[in-house]
Design a protein around this ligand. Structure first.
Ligand code: GLY
Length: 392
């Protein structure tokens, strides 16, 4: 694949990378081998609160891998061995987590193990990391419900509230399955991913190019049932981060399958997302809202889209649409640097501010988010290192 140069203003991008790395350095000293919370509180990350029977700072929840993910990005950006050592030290915790089945009743094993374990295997040949990632892929297969062929998103497979439910974010988890097939030679992982993604293309993506956050199938008959939201403003609204996961997720799944319908799905998600951005190009937390609404923005949706749009553009032939998505990615990233990054906020230990985790539940509203920080640094990495290979 031809690498694309997306450097709009190399100096501004390099300055933004340098500022981000200063924050990563300070966090490395503060967190050590433990994990920050999902989001900041008053713009600062503290250690992850105790959860799932584990102590403060433990490896639980769906976001812990974004921290070693940032460390691996820092290593790839600088070649500095201190980042490599710090990132590699997290493999032990992730291997232990999957061996002991600590808080792994989730489809988010893809987010967790792609960044924490597939990356060290790919970059350094760490065999323990490969084993842990394969074990996580096996566990993900145990969440498949037939005959629908979907991977249940959350909770116990017998939980009546969650049974048969999948969510748009799962598109980012299937790359772990494609990797597992590639590395093991066992085609079952990729076949599962293909079937799951086809179901999302047909049901979670709506005819107008918007997406449901979550969708239920009848677990016994496999019939598609209904869409519903959890983090958006309404079942029939378009949750901004979900739409951004749709852009990046369908694009990544196209990379693995070369199924043109998935590239088209990514474009449809992108077109709706871009048509519903406010003046500063950083989406409000639900695309229903715009300037003047008084609602909060979700900078993490913007960061995911800024990276995902470049991934999408790289898979299009040279021409107008490719340039359009690259220009949109550049505009979003420039706005994040200018208006949302913490370069001028030394009191914060996030990379970008003004994200929203879950507005309906009042979680992490107008805060830094661990995944927003990761995808911001990923989008910057794409901008300053056009030949860089994404981990997904
Ligand atoms: N994957 C969960 C979220 O985006 O909030």
């Amino acid at each position: 694949m031809t690498a694309i140069d997306v450097r709009p203003d190399a100096e501004a991008m390099e300055a933004a990378v340098a500022a981000a790395l200063r924050t990563v350095d300070a966090n490395m000293a503060m967190f050590g081998d433990r994990y920050p919370g999902d989001t900041t509180v008053h713009n600062r990350y503290a250690l992850r609160p105790p959860a799932a029977g584990q102590p403060e700072g433990a490896n639980v929840g769906w976001t812990t891998s974004f921290w070693p993910g940032m460390l691996w990005l820092a290593y790839e950006l600088t070649g500095d061995d201190a980042y490599r050592r710090s990132a590699a030290a997290h493999v032990r915790s992730f291997a232990d987590r999957i061996e002991r089945r600590i808080d792994v009743d989730t489809h988010d094993l893809g987010f967790l193990y792609t960044l924490s374990c597939v990356t060290p295997w790919r970059l350094t040949g760490d065999r323990r990391a490969r084993r842990a990632a394969l074990s996580a892929a096996d566990h993900l297969l145990s969440r498949v419900l037939q005959p629908a062929g979907i991977i249940q998103a959350w909770g116990d497979l017998d939980d009546p509230q969650q049974r048969g439910r999948t969510i748009i974010d799962s598109l980012m988890n299937t790359p772990l399955l494609f990797w597992a097939s590639e590395t093991s030679g066992d085609p079952r992982y990729a076949a599962t991913a293909r079937r799951h993604v086809a179901q999302l293309r047909d049901h979670i993506l709506r005819p107008d190019g918007t997406t449901f956050h979550t969708f239920y199938w009848d677990a016994e008959t496999g019939q598609p049932l209904r869409g519903a939201t959890e983090q958006g403003t309404a079942d029939d609204s378009c949750w901004a981060r979900g739409q951004a996961w749709g852009i990046y997720g369908f694009s990544l799944n196209h990379r693995y399958t070369q199924d043109p319908s998935l590239l088209r799905a990514a474009e449809r998600c992108a077109d709706y997302f871009l048509a519903h951005l406010p003046a500063d190009q950083v989406a409000y937390w639900d695309l229903e809202f715009g300037d003047g609404s008084g609602e909060e923005r979700d900078s993490s949706a913007a960061a995911i889209a800024a990276s995902g749009l470049v991934d999408l553009a790289e898979q299009l032939p040279a021409g107008r649409r490719r340039e359009h998505y690259l220009a949109a990615a550049r505009a979003i990233l420039a706005s994040l640097i200018d208006g949302y990054s913490t370069a001028a906020h030394p009191e914060s230990n996030a990379l970008i501010l003004h994200g929203v985790y879950d507005k309906p539940k009042g979680l992490g509203v107008d805060e830094g988010t661990l995944w927003g920080d990761y995808f911001y640094l990923e989008a910057l990495t794409r901008a300053v290192r056009p030949k860089w290979t994404a981990p997904w």
